[in-house]
Design a binder for this molecule. Structure first.
Ligand SMILES: *Cc1c(COP(=O)(O)O)cnc(C)c1O
Length: 243
């Protein structure tokens, strides 16, 4: 009985993930894209290791963290509570020089690289024998003044320099546009990122990851060619309500 009961009760996170996967599939169909062309990064910032474990149980294996120490705490907690689970951890928050070592030692991906000095430190600090750190360059597509990210003009030179670092593997671009009022306005900004991505690939970079789209604008991001959505609230709920 207990077993049957457990299977009938779906957690909120599991239900949210199912709903989100349907929304992603619908966005792909609408855009005429393969539903497998877009992957999901669950952004677990501010939520505990228990929330990550729930999402993991619901089949989600890639997680994004903004705050380095908080992320490392969760990485270590999940390693103890779920040994052998293949979890992929992405650092997606602003990076300061004094945090690069922790990132290089514990994360699988960094999506927020926007200057060479940070990239060099990450490469130097990646432990010997570890797989290369998978990197996206964060690009400031809409010129938001307070936003981190390399400018489109400086992007090609940074991409060239990063591909020369031995312990990094350049995978693509990440962007966080300012909130836009509607689907078309969102899509227009995402298309600028897609154009930068395509331009680098014309130059031979072989990038496969265009990380863009969050809870409020993921449909427009899929329409513009995103290959990875970074979603927090639509999976884990409102962050403000929890704190
Ligand atoms: C918080 C955050 C997200 C997720 O945003 P939601 O609106 O919660 O989906 C995605 N990317 C970055 C870089 C973030 O900081």
């Amino acid at each position: 009985m207990q077993c049957l009961y457990d299977r009938l009760i779906m957690t909120t996170i599991e239900g949210n993930l199912q709903q989100l996967r349907r929304r992603m599939a619908a966005a792909c169909v609408q855009a005429g894209r393969d539903v497998h062309a877009v992957t999901l990064l669950a952004v677990s910032k501010t939520f505990g290791a228990d929330a990550v474990a729930e999402a993991l149980a619901a089949g989600q294996h890639a997680f994004g963290e903004n705050y380095v120490q908080e992320g490392v705490d969760k990485i270590l907690a999940l390693r103890v509570s779920h040994p052998g689970s293949a979890i992929e951890w992405h650092c997606i928050g602003p990076l300061q020089s004094n945090k690069t070592r922790l990132v290089a030692e514990h994360f699988d991906w960094v999506q927020s690289v926007d200057r060479l000095k940070i990239a060099q430190r990450l490469s130097e600090q990646r432990p010997a024998g570890a797989a290369p750190l998978q990197v996206c360059l964060q690009v400031n597509v809409d010129g938001g003044p307070t936003k981190s990210g390399v400018t489109p003009a400086e992007l090609p030179a940074l991409a060239v320099a990063v591909t020369q670092l031995p312990s990094l593997k350049l995978r693509g671009l990440m962007c966080i546009p300012e909130p836009a009022p509607d689907f078309e306005a969102q899509r227009a900004v995402f298309l600028q990122a897609k154009a930068l991505f395509d331009d680098l690939n014309v130059r031979g970079f072989g990038l496969d990851t265009l990380s863009m789209g969050m809870s409020d604008d993921l449909d427009a991001a899929v329409a513009a060619g995103s290959t990875m959505l970074r979603v927090g609230r639509a999976i884990f709920g409102s962050r403000a309500a929890r704190t």
